[in-house]
Design a protein around this ligand. Structure first.
Ligand SMILES: C[S@@+](CC[C@H](N)C(=O)[O-])C[C@H]1O[C@@H](n2cnc3c(N)ncnc32)[C@H](O)[C@@H]1O
Length: 370
């Protein structure tokens, strides 16, 4: 936390924005636990004051009962992440901020404490979450305007903003956000590709002419994706029907499975591969009898590839099929990344224009997409 955020941290406790029933995610064990303030207020307070993320809604509200549901759809992020992002946002007195993803309302309350409630507006896609966030903000005495809607469109009615901060993960940064931000203003958003779950916060500064925004990634994060930018798993059978394996091209590779076997957030290889190889999803099977097949599925056509990593062999067998040679693309991308001294998240950046988004390494001019 930067010192300028200490007064807000002290005055606006996370606990004031959390529901009685909630599911803290223990970062050490990876487990979701359930805690109910009416049954165990001390445990509830302990979790509220911890640095763990806390799930507050499952399955877009369809889930009932106290057990964890299938997928979390709203949460209070880790306080350390909240404050790192607020530090990156670099707000100044009098500035106007648009937040995407109201959730509990805590982040907008922190911004409102710092800038004044009338300078903050927040958009939440889920009606129940928006209502709960609005009530919590009013109860706390920081009546930020909470808009129930799709934050992909921003909120033109209150534009222009000096800062836009997204607290859900994006794969495409909407041009509408640039149009609603003043030149020199900042857009901060967790961003990743379809390749895997790795994402990082893009810190984009809007150009003087307002037509582009560009900047580096600042740190790896793990946010739930924006609703409209979620994507289910590819259906294996649609890519690899019976007999497709026998008909596919066969080759070998000497690359080890290390950069490919874990499908995890905070994985820089996965992040870099996604930047270099667009429109591909990467999945790794569980290791069985010393063998781990790793799959690649194309999103623009039905191209696929599988690498069969085996503990007892230095060379892995590759099968590829379809108009794209996905493993060749990924292997090239991997060598590119190694040859550049394995850049971390912070050496990459992103430029957004009306025509799309272009990733880069070290400098906006050092890009590779047409
Ligand atoms: C990690 S939570 C936000 C945490 C929140 N800022 C807080 O302080 O508690 C992500 C939120 O983004 C919301 N969300 C997802 N897609 C959205 C969209 N298209 N527009 C607005 N909000 C969205 C989710 O419903 C969820 O409440």
């Amino acid at each position: 936390m930067t010192p300028d955020w200490t007064p807000a941290f002290e005055a606006v406790p996370r606990a004031a924005f959390l529901p009685d029933l909630m599911w803290p995610h223990d970062m050490e064990t990876g487990r979701d636990v359930v805690v109910d303030r009416t049954r165990d207020p001390e445990a509830w307070q302990g979790h509220a004051d911890s640095n763990n993320p806390i799930v507050t809604q499952w399955d877009d509200g369809a889930h009932e009962g106290t057990d964890p549901g299938t997928s979390f759809s709203s949460s209070s992020s880790m306080p350390s992440v909240v404050f790192s992002m607020l530090a990156d946002l670099d707000v100044h007195d009098g500035q106007r901020v648009l937040e995407i993803g109201t959730g509990t309302g805590w982040n907008s309350a922190l911004l409102a404490h710092r800038l004044g409630a009338s300078n903050v507006v927040t958009v939440e896609v889920d009606g129940d979450v928006a209502s709960a966030g609005r009530e919590a903000l009013e109860r706390f005495g920081l009546p930020v305007e909470v808009v129930h809607g799709d934050g992909f469109h921003g909120f033109a009615d209150r534009a222009p903003y000096d800062r836009v901060i997204a607290t859900c993960g994006l794969r495409t940064i909407p041009y509408a956000w640039l149009e609603q931000t003043t030149p020199g203003g900042v857009i901060l958003a967790p961003w990743g590709t379809y390749y895997g779950p790795s994402e990082a916060t893009a810190l984009l500064v809007v150009a003087g002419d307002g037509r582009s925004a560009s900047g580096p990634f600042t740190r790896p994060v793990a946010f739930m994706r924006m609703r409209s930018q979620r994507r289910g798993w590819p259906r294996h059978g649609e890519y690899v029907p019976a007999g497709a394996m026998e008909a596919a091209d066969r080759s070998t590779t000497r690359i080890g499975e290390d950069g490919f076997s874990s499908i995890e957030s905070f994985d820089v290889v996965g992040f870099a591969m996604g930047l270099r190889v667009p429109d591909v999803v990467h999945l790794a099977d569980r290791k069985k009898d010393g063998r781990r097949p790793v799959w690649f599925y194309g999103l623009t056509d039905k191209s696929w590839a599988v690498v069969d990593f085996r503990d007892d062999r230095k060379e892995a067998t590759v099968h590829q099929s379809g108009p794209r040679r996905l493993w060749d693309e990924v292997e090239d991308a991997y060598h590119w990344w190694v040859d550049r001294d394995r850049p971390g998240f912070e050496r990459f950046g992103l430029t957004v224009t009306a025509d799309g988004q272009i990733p880069w390494l070290d400098d906006p001019s050092n890009t590779w997409l047409p």
